[in-house]
Design a protein around this ligand. Structure first.
Ligand code: ITT
Length: 201
């Protein structure tokens, strides 16, 4: 039987990726578990916010709760939008506008000055309330134009030189293999397997 895990996210795109990356788990969103709470992300790091999200759901459900806090760090603009990636320019602003804004802010940046990365921190709060963390990143350059239809968020502006494509142009399965989220979740799966040795984890 597949182990049930609640994933503390309201982001459907993340859920889709998480389910593809962890097919051996039955991943349930907080909403599907009947929980609808607004969790304020008051942390200043991906790790802090990942913990805040997982712990808030664990306080209600117990069991194992996973969460992801992630974002885009652009070096030329001091690491922005970083932990504020989903709130950058306002939560309801379209990603076409957000992405165009970042491209405009980098109009004078050349070559490696355009370096950027997606980062993800995955937190698991376990049955006993203890927390474990894994991290992953995916390096690239901010593209000159918005390009690609796959993925979500800032995928259309993170250019991956080794593929000569943006993160929104590569195949979704390929993204999951090399992405910040893919790496952090694969590392978390390994940690959970070690903890729950000889179970279906
Ligand atoms: P939850 O907190 O409910 O999980 P959220 O979207 O608010 O959903 P975060 O606070 O972790 O999640 O913000 C992550 C943002 O970073 C996300 O909304 C995108 O703007 C960006 N981001 C993260 N991973 C990404 C990816 O793989 N591709 C494109 N953008 C990504």
């Amino acid at each position: 039987m597949r182990r049930k895990i609640i994933f503390a996210t309201g982001n459907q795109n993340k859920l889709k990726e998480i389910r593809a990356i962890l097919p051996t788990f039955d991943i349930i969103s907080a909403k599907d578990a009947g929980i609808s709470i607004d969790i304020e992300e008051t942390g200043t790091s991906f790790r802090d916010n990942a913990y805040i999200k997982a712990k808030a759901i664990w306080d209600i459900t117990g069991g194992i709760v996973l969460s992801d806090d992630s974002g885009l760090e652009v070096d030329y603009i001091g690491g922005e939008p970083g932990v504020y990636s989903s709130r950058y320019m306002g939560e309801n602003t379209s990603y076409t506008i957000k992405n165009q804004n970042i491209i405009s802010r980098l109009k004078d940046a050349k070559g490696n000055e355009r370096s950027a990365r997606f980062r993800a921190c995955i937190c698991a709060v376990l049955e006993d309330g203890s927390a474990i963390f894994t991290e992953g990143s995916m390096e690239g350059l901010i593209s000159q134009t918005i390009s690609g239809e796959n993925g979500f968020g800032y995928d259309p502006i993170l250019y991956l030189p080794e593929y000569d494509k943006t993160s929104a142009e590569i195949d979704p399965d390929e993204k999951n293999r090399i992405s910040h989220r893919g790496k952090a979740l694969t590392a978390m799966k390994k940690k959970l397997e070690e903890i729950y040795e000889n179970t279906d984890c």
